[in-house]
Design a protein around this ligand. Structure first.
Ligand code: SF4
Length: 745
């Protein structure tokens, strides 16, 4: 019998509500949910293909365990016993530090990924944690950490109310938005223009978003920090810096002014390849707008000066009075955040509490750079990584120097991958634990609710029941945690993991004088939790202790999981509100505009502006496709082809100079190696830039990716050797690095 079910789409950061049509427990159709309080019916080709992705025949349905060198199907009990034995053998001989954890980007798109990884890391007692953040947005965390004292306090553009939006290195008409969760980003940009607002895009590529803008500025890749600094200089020089009501919350304004003095538009114009007068115009337009927001994304973060660029985005928001006010850059307040407490000085943000073994990279947010993963495995010596726990990550394709990572993984004593596919990374595992398809998983967006341009709360229970004898993803991760603790036997109870998390949170809440449950018995409060599963009880706990929660009786009409279940299309919690100073965790209790580590990196930028040597060579930048997200969707035939192709885009003049015709094969060389890719000539790119998408290179043996291996594409990250990093954040330079290009013959 055909039925419908609601499900929040997990395939990108827009978190659209979907209506799934289900026939015999199979998703046959997906459309946008018009009643969804956040997305109001919006859907893109990826969401519409939810059923094809869910039913991909290459998805693993049973665990795999390596026996006699081959991965073979095994029972869940056998798989967890193998994990306990494998991790146990390594830790017994080499200690917990010999085990690393690798967490991929899909973790922020699943409910389980939001709940269990921290407990997994704690169980292993390892400091070797690598995530996709250092291939992506870590510079924003670091800059916000120094500015606001909390690396997760990230302001987002108030898209529905702004009059002037400046996008730096972002293409939301294709990506559907990132670090700014907004369903129907295209519709919001159209609405901005309809109400008389202006859109400015700074991007070396005339992307779809840039083509739709009122103003497009195309600097050299990787030079955004200098361009933004020059805008700051103009604000001060022309008397346009006016934080307004924000002023009492700011410190370091004079220091920023002094630093900016070295970055006049004339001094950076050649480096950025943007006329000085155009930079002045950008600054003047920003200052003149009634309500404006500057927003930077991957093109401004995964670059040489990613943290400086991310910092300057919010410096501009602050100096123009647009930080934390409607229509500017505002802090969302998610339903599972801690309920606001009275303002009190925090401890501030710091990095470098420990360092990586081989290259001495500082820890950032408890992580080491993903670019350092291979060397931490294959460099001999005390403390070498000998085992990995990999959750939803494919570093062979996503981290720099995939070939080295490939070889390093092959040399591990033990590796377990939680992954639905036998892909370029999981093929090296000794145990593969496949989670069920998304339709069979519950969904709550812990991460993206903290980045949403409107506060809402939504929850999707599983749309389709699990197959008999199959654990859901929360149970897999809970049992994995028990297994690494040596409790991999069939009697291991995953509820212990959820119970422990609940009691730990309640222990600290009941001891906190500002908590609504202060002074109560944690066990009594835990007994009040609703929910059918451990993860639902944890969600209920967070909602009830959150800013909109019932506080376990303190607020009669407050939010609970039961309320949320009564609202299947979600609950609208209203537009973003001002949150300063409550959001601050800096030691001074102010927005610290000129933190010492940030200021300490400015001379490096000055030196680059003065040098400019590499800038004369060809450089590479990445791009997103509407029908893809990283390496996830290359195995879904309905989404491959068309624009979702791994081509090397070049400007016609560069192609002619290099003797490359459209469709010809180009050989591209970088620090880490070389690849070949078909040429696509386009005048949307500025001269001197080659553009390739990431997440391709499905040509390895031993995978089970039937459709992807037919059109494997080239792994662009193979062009990197892992040595180019933004030093403050440890983020790999994936945009604006030098390459050479020639015909492949
Ligand atoms: S925009 Fe993102 S969340 Fe919305 S349907 Fe498409 S993939 Fe899903």
């Amino acid at each position: 019998m055909t039925r419908t079910a609601l499900r929040i789409c997990p395939l990108c950061e827009a978190t659209c509500g979907l209506v799934l049509t289900i026939d015999q427990e199979r998703v046959t159709h997906a459309r946008g949910d018009r009643d969804d309080v956040f997305s109001a019916g919006f859907v893109c080709p990826k969401g519409a293909s939810f059923g094809a992705l869910d039913a991909d025949p290459d998805r693993l349905t049973r665990p795999l365990v390596r026996r006699d060198g081959r991965l073979v199907e095994a029972s869940w009990a056998e798989a967890f016993e193998a994990v306990a034995a494998g991790i146990g053998a390594v830790t017994a001989e080499h200690g917990g530090e010999a085990v690393g954890v690798v967490l991929g980007n899909p973790n922020v798109h699943t409910m389980a990924g939001g709940l269990y990884p921290a407990q997994l890391v704690a169980a292993l007692r390892t400091r070797s944690v690598f995530t996709a953040s250092t291939l992506d947005q870590m510079p924003k965390h670091v800059s916000c950490g120094y500015l606001f004292g909390d690396p997760n306090a990230i302001p987002v553009p108030d898209l529905d109310r702004t009059d002037h939006l400046v996008l730096i290195g972002a293409n939301p008409l294709v990506s559907n938005g990132s670090l700014a969760t907004a369903a129907d980003f295209p519709g919001k940009l159209k609405a901005l223009r309809r109400r008389g607002g202006r859109l400015t895009v700074v991007d070396p590529n005339r992307t779809r978003t840039a083509a739709a803008a009122d103003r497009h500025v195309a600097p050299r890749p990787g030079t955004d920090a200098a361009l933004l600094f020059a805008m700051v200089q103009v604000l001060f020089a022309e008397g346009l810096a006016d934080p307004g009501e924000l002023a009492p919350h700011l410190s370091g304004v004079a220091e920023v002014r002094a630093m900016a003095a070295d970055f006049t538009p004339e001094s950076v114009a050649a480096y950025c390849d943007v006329p000085a007068e155009d930079i002045r115009t950008l600054a003047r337009e920003l200052a003149a707008a009634e309500r404006a927001a500057v927003y930077g994304r991957l093109g401004s973060t995964a670059v040489e000066f990613g943290t400086l660029a991310s910092w300057l985005v919010d410096v501009l928001n602050a100096l123009t009075g647009n930080l934390d006010r409607p229509g500017g850059a505002m802090f969302p307040l998610s339903a599972t955040a801690r309920a606001p407490r009275p303002p009190r000085p925090g401890r501030g943000f710091t990095t470098g509490r420990w360092h990586s073994r081989v290259s001495g990279h500082p820890e950032v947010k408890g992580e080491l750079p993903a670019a350092a993963l291979a060397e931490e495995i294959d460099t001999p010596g005390e403390g070498r990584l000998r085992a990995l726990v990999v959750v939803a990550s494919n570093p062979v394709l996503s981290a720099p120097d995939g070939l080295r990572t490939d070889r390093a993984l092959a040399g591990l004593d033990f590796m377990v991958s939680v992954d639905p596919y036998l892909n370029e990374t999981s093929r090296h595992a000794h145990v593969v634990l496949p989670p069920p398809p998304p339709a069979r998983s519950a969904h709550y967006d812990f991460a993206f609710s903290t980045l949403a341009v409107r506060n809402t709360v939504r929850y999707s229970p599983p749309a389709v029941p699990l197959a008999a004898g199959t654990p859901d993803e929360p149970e897999i991760l809970a049992r994995l945690i028990l297994a690494v603790l040596g409790q991999g036997g069939p009697d291991a109870d995953p509820a212990l993991v959820d119970g422990q998390a609940v009691m730990r949170r309640l222990g600290s809440e009941t001891a906190d004088a500002d908590s609504p449950v202060h002074g109560r018995d944690p066990a009594d409060v835990a007994a009040l939790l609703g929910g059918r599963t451990g993860y639902e009880r944890r969600l209920d706990l967070m909602l009830r202790l959150g800013p909109y929660g019932d506080g376990f009786g303190a607020e009669l009409d407050g939010l609970t999981l039961a309320t949320l279940l009564d609202h299947p299309h979600g609950i609208d919690l209203g537009p973003l509100g001002s949150r300063l100073p409550a959001v601050l965790r800096t030691a001074s209790g102010t927005v610290e505009l000129a933190a010492a580590p940030i200021a300490g990196d400015v001379p490096r930028l000055l030196a680059a502006v003065a040098g400019g040597d590499e800038r004369r060579s060809l450089v590479l930048i990445g791009r997103r496709h509407l029908r893809s997200n990283n390496s996830w969707m290359h195995n879904v035939p309905v989404l491959t082809g068309g624009s979702n192709r791994c081509t090397a885009q070049l400007h016609p003049e560069d192609a002619a100079r290099l003797g490359l015709a459209d469709g010809a094969l180009a050989r591209i060389k970088g620090d880490g190696g070389e690849i070949t890719a078909p040429v696509e000539i386009t005048d949307t790119l500025r001269r001197g830039v080659v553009c390739l998408p990431h997440g391709w290179g499905h040509d390895r043996t031993g995978t089970r990716l039937t459709a992807a291996s037919r059109e494997p594409g080239a792994n662009v990250n193979q062009l990197l050797d892992g040595s180019r990093l933004d030093p403050l954040s440890g983020t790999a330079v994936l945009n604006g690095f030098p390459i050479q290009v020639e015909p492949a013959g």
